[in-house]
Structure formats: C-alpha cells, structure tokens
Design a protein around this ligand. Structure first.
Ligand SMILES: [Zn+2]
Length: 138
C-alpha cells in the first residue's frame, strides 16, 4: 500500500479534477503490475496496473489508494475490470467520497467474492487527495 500511495504522491496535480490513484498488483510476493491515474485523469490507476499485469492479475492481491470506481463514465468501472481480471484480494486505502461510487465499488468486489479490506493507510490516502475529498464534502 505504501507503494501505491507513493505513486499517488508522484502523480499529484497532474490528474485534473480527478484524484491521483496509485495501484499495485502483487502476486506470490512480487509486484506484477503497477499504475497510477494518467495525466488528465484517465485511464484510472487500476486500469493502467491491470494492463501491465495482464493474466498475472488472476489470483493476485491489489492495493489501491482509493476505492475502485463503480460508475460508467468515459471508461468502464475499475471495480468490474478487477473482478473480470480474477483478483483474489483488494486492499483499499479509503472509500471514495463521490456519491456515484461511495461504498458501491467495494460492494461490487465483495459480492464477487473478492476478499476486500478497507482503511489501510487511510490518513495518507486522504491527504494525497485532500482537495478531491474537500470538493465532495461540500
Ligand atoms: Zn476507476
């Protein structure tokens, strides 16, 4: 998770209105994929990391700095992409304050039978995207 957050910090300020979200995919103790929200906000970190991991994402653990999204915007939701990739576990730093996502991404993962852990390094995850959280708390 620290690595996912480090990726978020590095990308901070380049993702427009979108939060900078780092994602690291670990299998058998090794990082098989990592990514962060691209410049301008798309694609999301999870999508980028899954692309690197490819088939190795099956059965892997995913560490992500923000709850994977669950709404259809310009891209398909990351939660669905993670489910399709066949991951075994998803560790989420903090729940997305966006009402379109809030707890829904995590629920999707849980319903799909993925071991979902929430609140790891939450303070750091909140700080890296403090402006994003502030916008959604209004
Ligand atoms: Zn997403």
């Amino acid at each position: 998770m620290r690595k996912a957050l480090a990726l978020s910090w590095e990308q901070k300020g380049r993702t427009g209105e979108n939060p900078a979200v780092g994602c690291v995919i670990v299998k058998d103790g090794k990082i098989v994929g990592q990514g962060v929200t691209s410049d301008g906000g798309r694609p999301h970190g999870e999508t980028n990391a899954l692309q690197v991991a490819g088939r190795q994402a099956k059965g892997a653990s995913v560490y992500v700095a923000l709850e994977p999204c669950s709404h259809y915007g310009q891209t398909a939701p990351c939660a669905n992409a993670l489910i399709e990739a066949g991951i075994a576990q998803c560790v989420i730093a903090v729940i997305d304050p966006d009402p379109r996502v809030h707890w829904r991404g995590a629920a999707l993962l849980q319903e799909a039978g993925i071991d979902t852990i929430i609140g790891v390094c939450e303070d750091d995850a909140f700080q890296v995207n403090a402006d994003f959280f502030a916008r959604h708390s209004k």
